[in-house]
Design a binder for this molecule. Structure first.
Ligand SMILES: NC(=O)c1ccc[n+]([C@@H]2O[C@H](COP(=O)([O-])OP(=O)(O)OC[C@H]3O[C@@H](n4cnc5c(N)ncnc54)[C@H](OP(=O)(O)O)[C@@H]3O)[C@@H](O)[C@H]2O)c1
Length: 488
């Protein structure tokens, strides 16, 4: 059989400190798409690769995880992923099977069958979930929270790196177990996501808290029963001051320490004695036997929409290094995707308004209508919580801030900045799977126009617009959402 191209992401050299994109290289290799004679291995096409913080540890020269040797310079990175079997030398797998397990960062891989974790039987959920919520990250959250955390109804749970793949699930498991749960994350968007989409009772931005101990006291006046540890360092030290007696700390990860040449010290460990705390590290690899039980527990919740999962995707192997490096600066959960989409909608709406007679730039009324349309669509078309549009005063305030050249109107760049600020809280809740076609948009337009009739100060403005203009605006918004779905 002919050889085909096999692009790979290789490690250039061992890493010290924070990883950089330049520590990895994209190289074009080739592979013959049939099994070597007598091989027991499995030839797979990689479909989704998971980008995980532990990968940085495997870039060290020394072995840290037993059974997980460091990556080898000039060879592809390894990691968990979802793949399709092209040929199999092992009787457990056959051509066409979908599997997830430990593979390499390349298009095609020849892997020993022992590296395959599981055949994928349930394909009514997105396949990519097996690289996250239904894969290694999901099982980690499940094993750590239920086996080590041993939650009881009414207990207080704190999760760090809460918007990450593991943390977001731990928070939802805690809610399903009847606990009170608070998460910490590193951006305002992530905090909003935790509270409004992922069902956390409270969340805070640890980067904006000058005193983490005081922040925890604010959210846990009666103390913490379970701390799901993902970050270590200063957060752990503050948690140690806020524990209840007999509390538990499943130590899942310490992402704040992985890139430090000299790890931070932890000062408050004596609390482990006084509070009789059970603090235990664990590796998901020792809990693989729980996988069938885990699927049985989680799949129904996913199907019923009672557990949701926010994925951050990078398209193409060539974007892998950037995504991996981004994990250590919190540059995940769709930040760049969001920028790209906002640029698209702002250009479209701006162009639309500009062709209206007599308008060079956008006026306050134009902008307020655009804001209402977007919120109307979000509330009408998306499952989940209702989002109140910002008040006119708020819009006015933001417009004032965005009117950089102070001419009382908003030009293209100012409009971009305006929409960015306007949607900062809302954008992360928008479902990436929404399909709205231009065919249904005009119907929605008429319905939404009617819906604004009784709204003081708003109805009048919207009613004055001819139906056709309103429908076009709604269509623009609908196309925006549709494109977001396609691009995600
Ligand atoms: N024990 C096991 O078997 C096992 C298995 C899987 C994962 N893990 C560990 O579980 C933890 C979470 O993994 P994940 O896959 O959920 O991670 P993830 O989705 O990749 O999220 C990582 C997040 O960590 C946060 N972070 C990065 N640097 C930080 C710092 N210096 N201080 C505080 N937060 C920081 C960032 O979010 P912010 O913007 O919020 O800072 C980043 O988005 C990691 O420590 C990982 O190593 C352990």
């Amino acid at each position: 059989m002919a050889q085909v191209r096999n692009n790979q992401v290789i490690l250039r050299n061992y890493v010290t400190g924070f990883p950089k994109e330049s520590d990895m290289n994209i190289v074009e290799s080739s592979i013959t798409l049939n099994l070597p004679e007598g091989s027991n291995d499995v030839l797979i096409k990689n479909l989704y690769l998971s980008c995980d913080p532990y990968m940085r540890i495997l870039m060290n020269k020394v072995e840290v995880f037993e059974g997980f040797p460091p990556f080898t310079p000039a060879s592809p990175l390894g990691g968990f992923g979802v793949a399709k079997v092209l040929e199999s030398g092992h009787s457990d797998y056959k051509k066409g099977d979908l599997i997830w397990g430990f593979t390499r960062w390349e298009e095609y891989s020849l892997v020993p069958s022992t590296q395959i974790f599981s055949k994928i039987e349930h394909t009514d959920v997105p396949l990519s979930y097996y690289a996250g919520i239904l894969g290694m990250a999901g099982l980690t959250a499940y094993a750590g929270f239920f086996e080590l955390g041993t939650p009881k109804k009414g207990e207080n749970v704190f999760v760090s790196a809460a918007s990450g793949a593991v943390g977001q699930l731990v928070g939802q498991f805690a809610k399903l177990s009847g606990c009170y749960v608070v998460g910490s994350a590193g951006t305002k968007e992530k905090v909003n996501l935790l509270k409004n989409k992922l069902g956390f009772d409270e969340a805070f931005n640890y980067k904006e808290e000058p005193d983490l101990n005081a922040a925890l006291k604010r959210y846990f006046p009666e103390g913490i029963d379970i701390y799901f540890e993902n970050v270590g360092g200063k957060t752990l030290d503050a948690v140690l001051l806020n524990l209840r007696s007999n509390s538990r700390i499943p130590v899942c990860g310490m992402v704040s320490q992985y890139n430090l040449i000299e790890p931070e010290g932890v000062k408050n460990l004596t609390n482990l004695i006084f509070k009789q705390v059970h603090m235990q590290g664990f590796l998901v690899t020792n809990y693989y036997h729980l996988y069938p039980k885990f699927l049985e527990y989680l799949l129904p919740y996913i199907r019923e929409g009672k557990v949701v999962y926010v994925e951050d995707r990078a398209e193409g192997l060539e974007n892998g290094p950037k995504a991996l490096v981004g994990l250590y600066s919190g540059r995940n959960v769709g930040k760049e995707w969001r920028q790209k989409q906002i640029r698209k909608i702002t250009n479209r709406v701006y162009e639309y308004v500009k062709i209206q007679p007599g308008t060079a730039n956008l006026t306050f009324e134009d902008l307020y209508i655009a804001v209402l349309l977007v919120y109307n669509d979000i509330n009408k078309l998306l499952p989940g919580p209702h989002f109140d549009p910002p008040s006119k005063d708020k819009v006015r305030e933001i417009i004032k801030n965005c009117d950089i050249n102070l001419d009382g109107e908003i030009d293209r760049e100012e409009f971009f900045s305006f929409i960015q600020q306007m949607t900062a809280d809302t954008f992360t809740y928008v479902s990436q799977k929404l399909i709205v076609t231009m065919v249904v948009a005009p119907t929605i337009a008429v319905a939404t126009k009617r819906a604004t009739e009784g709204v003081p100060g708003v109805g009048r403005v919207v009613q004055r617009l001819p139906n056709s203009v309103y429908a076009t605006l709604v269509t623009v918004a609908a196309m925006w959402f549709q494109n977001m779905g396609q691009d995600s």
